[in-house]
Write a protein that binds this ligand. Structure first.
Ligand code: V47
Ligand code: SF4
Length: 380
């Protein structure tokens, strides 16, 4: 991006200075880029035109992951929506006995996995409510059963919230609990449960959940064992820009120490059927602003995921012009978290052809990946 073009954008002097520094640093392929301070990130969030953020974020994305946009073939298994917690933004949780509570016991979970035998999926993502009656052995056994049904498929399982709860209940250390789950076959951990770390927001939206420190300690322990994990933010409710940047700051700081996060997923708060419904939802430009800032600020996290069941397909395509390089997977109508919160796709399914077309129309090369971002080679 040349200086003349920046001048035509009528930027504030500070935005122009930061944009010039970012643009210059992203010119070297594979370079380390320009590390934004928290104040600079805040200035960009408040004052930069969204189109400028997109241009800068795509330049940085190309520096980090070239022309590739990743997707995978995956399914979710959601064993239950019965949960001991009552997060105010959650449209999904129920109490045992509620008419629309569901619970799949171990045999049922195994059958759900067996039904996928022979399909070309490479990942099963297991996540659900925090059920009051289960212990660590139960969670390990669930993973063993899914592994037995689908031996060649990677298991990405349980948010830090579920993990922290069951491992604390077992009275053992996080490292020991995670080691047992890994022995059972858990290979990666999804990024859910982070929400917003700042305690003044957490106490308003999910007061009973593990704290920021507990969430971060769970991921740090996983990274220490070589277990890959993702991280998220839930934005667009009661938080401020300062809270969002504080959240990104804590993630970047942990990643500097461990290098264990593969991907960051900005999750847009969807407002149907939950206790925060009166808040409304943020706009599409605001989603793109968040996507781009995530790419620019988190200079040490390799991938930024636009999670299509939550954003919708149109916004996901747009997100590729705002720094995202991953669109998650085929899903095949196996998750209810977002459809219950009002997302457009009530039965989320996306074919690989559609995902590839989406990446191409945004100007990138689609690559099918496995859970660890290795390209998947398919014959024929
Ligand atoms: O932690 C719950 C979010 C998360 C709502 O790691 C909501 O690859 C918006 O983390 N509006 C769980 N969001 C899902 C998750 C995830 C999803 C896809 C891929 C990966 C990955 C991780 O869903 C929760 C919470 O932040 N959530 N309710 C809602 N009303
Ligand atoms: Fe339970 Fe997760 Fe919903 Fe919170 S977001 S109430 S932990 S299912």
């Amino acid at each position: 991006m040349n200086a003349r073009l920046l001048h035509t954008m009528n930027l504030t002097p500070e935005v122009e200075r930061i944009a010039t520094a970012l643009a210059a640093a992203s010119e070297t392929p594979g370079g380390s880029g320009y590390r934004l301070s928290d104040d600079e990130a805040l200035t960009l969030m408040r004052e930069a035109p969204v189109a400028l953020l997109g241009t800068l974020a795509v330049a940085r994305k190309r520096q980090i992951s070239g022309d590739e946009v990743y997707y995978n073939r995956n399914i979710h298994i959601e064993p239950t929506n019965i949960c001991v917690f009552r997060c105010r933004f959650c449209s999904y949780r129920r109490t045992a006995g509620d008419p629309d509570a569901w619970y799949h016991d171990l045999d049922a979970v195994e059958r759900l996995a067996e039904a996928r035998r022979g399909e070309p999926i490479t990942e099963v993502h297991i996540v659900g409510g925090v059920h009051p009656n289960h212990d660590l052995d139960y969670y390990c056994e669930m993973i063993r059963r899914v592994r037995r049904a689908l031996p060649h498929v990677a298991i990405k399982a349980y948010t830090a919230v579920e993990l922290h709860y069951i491992i604390s209940k077992a009275g053992i250390s996080l490292v020991e609990g995670l080691r047992r789950l890994r022995e059972a076959g858990m290979e990666a951990i999804p990024g859910g449960g982070a929400e917003i770390f700042a305690p003044e927001v957490r106490t308003r939206i999910c007061p009973e959940k593990p704290t920021a420190e507990e969430w971060l300690a769970t991921h740090e322990a996983a990274h220490g064992l070589g277990i890959a994990t993702n991280c998220t933010i839930l934005y667009g409710h009661v938080e401020t820009y300062e809270h969002r940047i504080d959240h990104l700051h804590r993630l970047r700081e942990l990643q500097d120490r461990t290098r264990g996060f593969d991907a960051f997923i900005p999750l847009k708060y969807r407002n149907r059927h939950n206790d925060l419904s009166s808040l409304g939802e943020v706009s599409l430009p605001e989603d793109m602003r968040m996507m781009a800032l995530s790419r620019l600020y988190l200079d040490n996290i390799p991938h930024i995921k636009a999670y299509w069941p939550m954003l919708g397909i149109g916004a996901t395509e747009l997100a590729l012009s705002f720094g995202a390089d991953d669109i998650d997977g085929t899903i095949d109508d196996t998750t209810k978290i977002y459809s219950m919160a009002g997302a457009e796709d009530q039965r989320p399914v996306l074919s690989t052809e559609r995902m590839e077309a989406l990446a191409r129309s945004a100007g990138f090369t689609p690559v099918e990946r496995d859970t660890f971002y290795r390209p998947v080679e398919r014959r024929g």
